[in-house]
Design a protein around this ligand. Structure first.
Ligand code: NAD
Length: 425
């Protein structure tokens, strides 16, 4: 067990500065690192102008999101504080609550596979498909060598192109070569795309065809991560709640309309951490949903069942194309500090954290949905947001939010009325 604990009771009641202090203690942040988030009580910018201007094109400024910390996470026996960058109410609280329940039975167990990404080379107009396949297979070693010549750093770390697969698509009008690349601690798109482009001319020579697209696949089904947790039946609220939960889960298992929302909830948690760590959330999203539909029907990314003692067991499995080096991960200062807060050193470990967060998020949402309903938990912050939208400031926000909740009328028109009644504005 780790000596540090992510179990920080009352964390949510602290002020922003006090919370940051706790996180700094947990993750040994330097003063300069904490000042990246808050300086003299004021929010600091994520990235400086120059870096932003180099990251994308036609830059006019920087777009900010709140970063919250999910507490209570115990994953493979190690405690984690989880930075989440997200605009949606309740996600951070829900993840923390789920992690608290999972802790009762030892937290999450997670295991990521090797970091294998797929580069695709599309070959068209091949005169003899079977002969082409034969010639590609015979040239396997040469193709891998050419691919590996593109990235000596990756190869020196034990990564690089490891294998080749060939897929016939349609009635032989297209041959697709898959280059399987171990990208180690990178997300890998640049590395894989460069390799795919380098082998394409040789594939044209070997097949007598034309190479068209050469690009990574976001269906990263060779780079999977799985996490499981046992949610104690008493901590969940008793056997009846476990049964209600499983009935709710069955809906997602049987209906793609529900499964889409179920998986969206999973991604609430995963995306927030993917964004906080500077990773490409579109790549992770694309991989997750393609994997959810891998057998031709869209399905939930989690499974739940009861163990012999009646506890609820949850499991998640999905592709996880993220990195701790390369891309924006290495450029974005706050992303680097978020990684330090997490204390993850490898892409494998980050993938294991992400899968655990996804499972936690899904468990929390289904628990709320199958018992009190989702709106109850949302209401407090939702009401505050409505009050702000109506123009409330400072103490007015809480006052108006509380009154609307009490009245059961959390609506913009009511917030405006109250603002007028109470404060004359
Ligand atoms: P990158 O090229 O910046 O960094 C990866 C490189 O870092 C490796 O090739 C290797 O040479 C080096 N490296 C050093 N230490 C390493 C280690 N421990 N493990 C692995 N590599 C190490 O970045 P990338 O990860 O190849 O590409 C990611 C970027 O590509 C993201 O910004 C993503 O948005 C973008 N992208 C995505 C897609 C897609 O998903 N379809 C397509 C194109 C680009």
């Amino acid at each position: 067990m780790s000596e540090k604990t992510s179990r920080i009771p009352g964390f949510y009641k602290l002020g922003m500065e006090e919370r940051l202090k706790k996180v700094a203690e947990f993750s040994n942040l330097e003063k300069e690192e904490t000042e990246c988030f808050l300086k003299d009580g004021k929010l600091s910018l994520a990235i400086d102008k120059e870096i932003a201007d180099r990251m994308i094109e036609n830059v006019i400024g920087i777009y900010e999101l709140p970063i919250g910390i999910a507490t209570n996470f115990l994953i493979n026996g190690k405690d984690y504080l989880i930075p989440m960058a997200i605009e949606e109410t309740s996600v951070v609280a829900a993840a923390s609550n789920a992690a608290k329940i999972a802790r009762v039975r030892g937290g999450f167990k997670a295991e990521a596979s090797d970091q294998i990404m797929i580069g695709q080379i599309q070959l068209l107009h091949i005169p003899d498909i079977d002969k082409a396949i034969n010639r590609i297979l015979k040239s396997r070693e040469k193709l891998l060598e050419i691919a590996n010549n593109q990235d000596k750093v990756l190869v020196s770390l034990g990564g690089g192109a490891k294998d080749i697969e060939i897929r016939k698509i349609g009635n032989g009008e297209m041959l697709v070569v898959h280059l399987l690349v171990d990208v180690k601690d990178a997300m890998g798109a640049n590395a894989v795309n460069t390799m795919a482009e380098a082998v394409a001319p040789i594939l044209e020579e070997l097949t007598g065809g034309r190479a068209r697209l050469k690009i990574i696949s976001n269906l990263a089904d060779r780079r999977l991560v799985r996490a499981t947790a046992v949610f104690d039946k008493k901590a969940v609220g008793g056997e009846e709640v476990v049964d209600a939960f499983l009935e709710g889960y069955m809906f997602a298992a049987m209906d793609p309309y529900r499964a889409a929302t179920h998986n969206k909830g999973i991604m609430n948690g995963i995306d927030a951490v993917v964004i906080a760590t500077g990773n490409d959330w579109r790549a992770v999203e694309a991989g997750a949903h393609a994997y959810a539909a891998r057998d031709g029907r869209y399905r939930p990314l989690t499974r739940y069942w009861k163990d012999e003692e009646g506890n609820l067991v949850g499991e998640i499995e999905l592709p996880m194309a993220i990195g701790v080096v390369g891309g924006a991960v290495s450029l974005h200062r706050k992303a680097q500090i978020c990684r330090k807060i997490l204390g993850v050193k490898t892409a494998k470990e980050l993938a294991e954290v992400l899968a655990s967060v996804g499972l936690a998020q899904n468990f929390a949402a289904l628990l709320a949905l199958s018992t009190v309903g989702i709106q109850k938990g949302h209401m407090e912050l939702h009401a505050q947001n409505i009050a702000v939208m109506a123009g409330a400031k400072g103490d007015q926000i809480d006052e108006i939010a509380q009154r609307m909740i009490k009245e059961g009328k959390v609506r913009l028109d009511r917030a405006k009325e109250l603002l007028k009644e109470l404060y004359g504005n």
